[in-house]
Design a protein around this ligand. Sequence first.
Ligand code: ZN
Length: 224
Amino acid sequence: MNDYENDSNAWFEYYSRQIVLQQIKASGQNKINKTKILLIGSNALVKMSATILNAAGLSRIWIFTENDTHANFRGPQNLDALDIHELSKLEVNDFSLIGVFTNQIEWIRKINRALFMKRCTVFGGWNFQNGIAIYGSSYPKKPFGDPCIECFEAWNQKFLANEEKDISLQWGMVSMVSTELLQWILTENSPLLEKIWITTVSQGMSFYHEIHFHEKCPVGLSLS
Ligand SMILES: [Zn+2]
């Protein structure tokens, strides 16, 4: 915890540029400061998000990271100053809000399965080709009938691929997902829930794609 959180004048001063916003105000800033969050995924991407969220006022940040063999992003120099708790195994029980940042599709599947019967809200994203995909999803899921991220994969395999991505697209994806996480903390609402927002630079496309239930969803089948 930072000193300014024990001193209300310093607190107002420190967050004044956020508190002045009608959508945040002091009550919203308090929510941000008190939120406990789990960030999962690539080490570099998770730490980018932790930096953004910490700057906005989150200090209760837990991370669980994959071995990221081709991360080409070196995190900001002051990361050691952040109050980050590293989990040694994927332990999702204590978190109602989770961010997922990975371009390893196996990880998106693994996390979907770990969360399937837990109560939580997830915002995540990945990069594909020259684009950004971000999504939101509420758990728990019913094995048959509730669409999940693997239902989306069953319908749209071309949008998921493991390949190295341009760093500016990775940064864009992390910024967008982190913004959705903050929006959720403030309003518990998001236009992204059970949708994927896909943006590609070269084709100039940007659209919401609803996630529909797919009877070939491997999670739905395996939990039957
Ligand atoms: Zn599914």
